[in-house]
Design a protein around this ligand. Structure first.
Ligand code: XMP
Length: 517
């Protein structure tokens, strides 16, 4: 396995994703890892990430000296290269000539890292890589034992290496897709230079997780809040394989779910897989508490609180439960850790059952805490979950509660469910669903006029929202073709009683959030 030491680069997670894609397990740790923790981790190789600081100041981060004494290869990227060069006796200086973005680096003298890789060959035989640079400082004198393996005009030390020790430094970023050969360079490092085999495959991941869950829980009973979302579904399937009947899932129907969602969850898990699932029909309880409440934050609080109440009541009935399983994934863990190092006050609380483990004296079981979302999906497939469930768009905890503007009523929820189902069905039919990051309908409790036959009607408005985004922090509205929108609008108005007007939301985030409330 590979250890990635994080100096605070925005790309550190990407390095980890690339290494995992190469089939090699890796973890990200803070740059100030203790020498003991480093030795316990026993990496086959170490990657030093980039970072926002400058090595030219004395008090900025350095890698622990022990990293260079482990006898394993080390790859320094950007700031990581500079820290390595400075720590091993080279020199780093600030530079007026900053380089950001695309660059062409010329390779020198057949290094193991680049052998056989190139983007371009000039007439004089010089070979180039097309890379992504982002740096201000640069290495200006090599540490003893190092030689240059790549250079640009502005960065004569774009790539450096001491191949006898397996130490490599790159001033550019191999982890970003703009560096065409980046993936191949990282694969070369972990496979050939560090000698790691491609063992981190979905099948192996499942096997090793099943084993470790069994070792962890023994004969104890485990409770899981199953929502039908990707993460909790994969946890359910995984735990079912690991401990079978020792797992009880609780699925709370709050009356704010999508059309047939409850039945689908029961179908997949209870009927097909034989998972023990308790379905709690709490629609009435949620809806009566929401009656008369129009404020979005108030609605969120009521839904969250009621969920915890219902969940706790059900969980208390499972007398021998010792564990509460959760679908925490690696980005949540990294984000919480990063928030702690930033000394942030608010650390994201995972899912809806915060506080429950302590109150019920349950231990937390988080089998996905080392996985990225795409890995979670792949092991979901490995475990036999339906493709549609694994690639489903995210759905907020408060569900339709924040998609019915203002007061939530059962009548509104019923209308919205039908309109939403038509929207999604059409997106699937036109093979747009998986190209879009999130799509849904919103119920607007305003009445607009319509002429139905000879009569006038005053019916409700439904808004359609579809966005494309990578991280859900910013988003563009999806450019769904007009003809498809026309078909969706027609179907909703014809098939859903109570709706006479359909509008399409063309607002970007920021400033408009993805949800309407
Ligand atoms: P916004 O509306 O903030 O949404 O642009 C970003 C992402 O977060 C989801 N979202 C929520 N998820 N509880 C959740 O579990 C919530 O209260 C909530 N509000 C928004 C939203 O669906 C989108 O994916």
């Amino acid at each position: 396995r590979i250890l990635i030491l994080d100096f605070g680069s925005q790309y550190t997670q990407l390095i980890a994703r690339r290494v995992r894609e190469a089939g090699v397990y890796c973890e990200i740790h803070a740059f100030d890892i203790t020498p003991e923790a480093l030795r316990d981790f026993a990496p086959r190789g170490v990657i030093l990430s980039g970072g926002p600081e400058t090595v030219t100041l004395a008090e900025t981060p350095r890698a622990p000296a022990a990293v260079f004494e482990l006898g394993v290869p080390v790859l320094g990227i950007c700031y990581g290269q500079q820290a390595m060069a400075a720590q091993l006796g080279g020199q780093v200086e600030g530079s007026d000539h900053r380089e950001f973005g695309y660059a062409r680096v010329r390779m020198h003298g057949h290094s193991r890292l680049f052998r056989g890789l190139r983007d371009e060959r000039a007439d004089d035989g010089a070979e180039y890589l097309h890379v992504w640079m982002s740096h201000g400082d640069r290495v200006t004198a090599l540490p003893p034992g190092f030689r240059i393996i790549a250079e640009t005009g502005a960065a004569p030390f774009a790539g450096i290496a001491d191949e006898s020790r397996g130490f490599y430094g790159l001033q550019f970023h191999p982890e970003v897709t703009h560096t065409t050969q980046g993936r191949a360079i990282l694969q070369r490092f972990v496979h050939e230079i560090c000698g790691c085999a491609s063992l981190w495959t979905p099948g192996n991941i499942v096997d090793s997780m099943v084993e470790s869950v069994r070792a962890q829980v023994g004969r104890d009973e485990v409770i899981l809040g199953l929502s039908g979302g990707v993460d909790s579904s994969v946890v359910a399937a995984l735990l079912h394989r690991a401990i079978g009947k020792q797992l009880t899932c609780i699925f709370v129907d709050n009356g704010l779910l999508r059309l047939h969602e409850g039945d689908q969850v029961m179908d997949t898990f209870a009927r097909h897989m034989g998972v023990k699932v308790i379905r709690v029909d709490a629609a009435e309880r949620f809806l009566s508490k929401l009656a008369g409440v129009a404020d979005p934050e108030e609605k969120r609080k009521i839904i969250g609180r009621t969920f915890i109440e219902v969940f706790e009541e059900e969980a208390a009935k499972i007398a021998n439960a010792r564990w509460l399983a959760q679908g925490t994934i690696y980005p949540d863990v990294i984000e919480s850790a990063a928030a702690k190092t930033r000394k942030a006050h608010v650390i994201k609380s995972h899912h809806n059952v915060g506080g429950l483990p302590e109150r019920m004296k349950l231990k937390l079981l988080e089998p996905l805490r080392e996985l990225f979302k795409d890995e979670v999906r792949r092991i979901g497939e490995e475990l036999g979950l339906p493709h549609q469930m694994i690639y489903r768009h995210p759905f907020p905890g408060p569900g339709l509660g924040v998609r019915i503007l203002g007061e939530v009523r059962r009548e509104y929820a019923d209308i919205l469910r039908k309109a939403d189902a038509i929207f999604l069905e059409e997106l699937y039919r036109h093979e747009l669903y998986e190209k879009i990051s999130q799509a849904f309908a919103v119920f607007l409790p305003v009445r607009s006029v319509a002429v139905l036959g000879d009569a006038r009607a005053y019916d409700y408005v439904v808004a359609l929202r579809a966005v494309e985004t990578v991280d859900f922090m910013t988003a563009n509205w999806a450019h769904i073709p007009y003809e498809i929108l026309a078909g969706i609008s027609n179907r909703i108005i014809n098939e859903v009683r109570g709706v006479s007007r359909v509008v399409y939301d063309i607002s970007g985030k920021p400033p408009a959030t993805i949800e309407w409330e």
